[in-house]
Design a protein. Structure first.
Length: 74
């Protein structure tokens, strides 16, 4: 699906078609969670439990970044 980035005040935004919102079970005012992937980003409905798990994972990755960097070299 091809979407266009538009101006929203002083920011930029993407308008999601109604059909996509329906498939994602989202509505105006809902929150999305964005996950960065090697080839782009993933948008999904905000799940507080998932967000908490991601916060824990990101915290661990920050604390152990030197170790993770060394492991990635092998």
């Amino acid at each position: 699906m091809k979407l266009k980035i538009t101006t929203v005040g002083n920011s930029a935004g993407v308008v999601l078609p109604k059909e996509l919102l329906a498939r994602l079970r989202l509505d105006k005012g809902d929150t999305l969670y964005v996950t960065e992937l090697p080839d782009g980003v993933k948008l999904q409905a905000y799940d507080p439990e998932f967000a908490e798990q991601m916060d824990v994972a990101e915290s661990a990755m920050r604390r152990r970044r030197t170790l993770l960097r060394k492991l990635s070299e092998n």
